[in-house]
Design a protein around this ligand. Structure first.
Ligand SMILES: Nc1nc2c(ncn2[C@@H]2O[C@H](COP(=O)(O)OP(=O)(O)OP(=O)(O)O)[C@@H](O)[C@H]2O)c(=O)[nH]1
Ligand SMILES: [Mg+2]
Length: 309
């Protein structure tokens, strides 16, 4: 590998909520760096996943899904994506193979067209959910969308992929890499993300808590790590970390749902989150979860700041 031919740079994955951006990020990185769920608006801040390849390094910037904002939180998330786009070398626009292209996709494409000279790559996700004929139709519709909104030039590339079965994941990496500038690696080998540990821990708790809740809950839940401290008096080969985490919901009815009958649901969330946090940190932990009410935090600028938005 000669440094001259090595490429490295940033690729932002954008798209509607639930399009499969975080799942694709994880598939490309080869490990979970971004939480995913079947609920839209799972991702709430940009997450960087680092892909080390033989002659290229990709820093994927997973972003919250773009949508018409209904709350201050929604507006902040859209702004965050807009800020991110200015900084990256290329953009991967994720469009699910199994959903018709809608006004949301047109709106996003139009926004992207304003970013001058940035390669825009259309990524048709979730190909495992459709048959070959439907995929062909979707690819043609995506090409047409590009020509309609972006003009003659259209997309820099169009690639189908399934993060679920691995179809073309390597190819997506190749395509992204081909649009990166020549550069030595930007991150040291081995690092998979540059997220602070506390952020990853909070995200894993949020992922566990989202499992199986009703549709209105995801937006109302915010998770903040209060502290991560080593338990005193433990020998070096028997470390235990005390991890204290606050879960904020907007109403007492939601608090009841999260906690469950006799605390059963919260215990289950704790058990699931503990396993993934222990895997992340490589140490045993004691996980202490507290559910609190932060009334209407999604609409309240002060509370948004307190919760990290
Ligand atoms: N069958 C199939 N499902 C997928 C694929 N990729 C993602 N999904 C599912 O689609 C849902 C949404 O995936 P995410 O990766 O969380 O989507 P996202 O675009 O990051 O969503 P937000 O963060 O809410 O914007 C989850 O239930 C995933 O399991 C795929 O390639 N095939
Ligand atoms: Mg996501």
């Amino acid at each position: 590998m000669s440094e001259r031919n090595h490429r490295a740079g940033f690729v932002s994955l954008v798209g509607r909520p639930n399009a499969g951006k975080s799942t694709l990020t994880n598939a490309l990185v080869g490990q979970k760096v971004a939480i995913t769920s079947s609920k839209p608006q799972t991702t709430r801040h940009t997450i960087r996943g680092i892909v080390h390849r033989e002659d290229s390094q990709l820093i994927l910037v997973d972003t919250p899904g773009l949508h018409r904002p209904r709350t201050l939180l929604g507006q902040r998330l859209n702004d965050l994506v807009a800020d991110t786009l200015a900084e990256v070398d290329a953009i991967g626009f994720c469009i699910p193979a199994n959903e018709p292209i809608g006004p949301g996709d047109k709106f996003i494409t139009a926004q992207l067209s304003r970013l001058q000279r940035k390669p825009l790559i259309a990524v048709v996700t979730k190909t495992d959910l459709v048959d070959r004929a439907a995929l062909t139709r979707q690819l043609m519709a995506v090409v047409a969308l590009g020509e309609e909104v972006l003009g003659e030039a259209g997309w820099a590339d169009v690639v189908p992929v399934s993060a679920a079965d691995g179809f073309q994941v390597e190819t997506v990496g190749d395509v992204f890499a081909s649009h990166m500038p020549e550069s030595p690696p930007l991150y040291p080998g081995g690092a998979l993300t540059d997220e602070p540990e506390a952020v990853m821990v909070a995200e894993l708790v949020r992922e566990a808590a989202l499992e199986g809740v009703r549709d209105e809950m995801p937006h109302s839940l915010a998770v903040v790590v209060d502290e991560i401290v080593p338990r005193e008096g433990r020998s070096a080969d028997n470390q235990l970390l005390d991890v204290r985490v606050n879960l904020f919901v907007e109403r007492s009815s939601q608090k009841a749902i999260i906690i469950g009958k006799g605390g059963a649901r919260l215990r289950e969330v704790g058990t699931n989150a503990r396993k993934s946090i222990e895997a992340l940190l490589g140490t045993r932990i004691y996980l202490d979860l507290h559910v609190k009410i932060a009334k209407d935090w999604q609409r309240d600028p002060k509370q948004l700041v307190r919760l990290g938005f």
